[in-house]
Ligand binder design. Sequence first.
Ligand code: NI
Length: 189
Amino acid sequence: MAIRTIIETPDPVLKTVSSPVESFDDELKTLVADMFETMYDAPGIGLAAIQVGVPLRVLVIDLQEEDEDAEPEECHSHGGETHYHRPVKRMPRVFVNPEILDPSEDTSIYNEGCLSVPEIYAEVERPAACRVRWQDLEGKVHEEAMEGMMATCIQHEMDHLEGVLFIDHLSRLKRQMALKKLEKLRKAA
Ligand code: NI
C-alpha cells in the first residue's frame, strides 16, 4: 500500500470524465487499498480515483462516525482543555462503477469540503436521498438506499467521476471567492 499524491484544483486532470472499470483484478485492489491509505492520511471521508490521477469509476468512502456503542475516551489530539470523544468507528466502503438511481425531490444542504479543494468549505444543496447501484471489488452488483451524510457524500464523489467539483455547484461569484481564498492560503503556506 502507498499514499498517493492528491491532485488539487485547478489541475485540469480533475475535469476528466472517468471510464468504467472492466477488469476486477489485483491492480484494482491495489488502487483501492492506496486510495484508503491516502484518504485516511489526508484525512478525508471520501476519495475518487481521479483525485489520485486514475481516470476510473472508483470511489472510497468512510464517514468515520463516532462509535455510539463505545465509552467516550479522553482526547489529547487537538489541545485545549481535556475533553472526551467516543472513538471513531471505521466503516470503509468501496464503490466501483456506481450509479445514482431515483434521487429524491427533497433536498438537503451540507457544508462540503474536498481534498482537491483544500481548506475551502461551502454549502451545497443536493437531493436528500437516493438509491445507489455499484459493483464491489469482485464485480458483484449491490444496491442500497442512502440518505443523510452518506447520500451527500456519494453524490459529491460521483461528481468527481464526471469531472465536477463541489465548487462548480456554487454561484460564479462564490466560486471565484473560494478560489481566491485558496490561492491566498497557498501563498501563505
Ligand atoms: Ni471531493
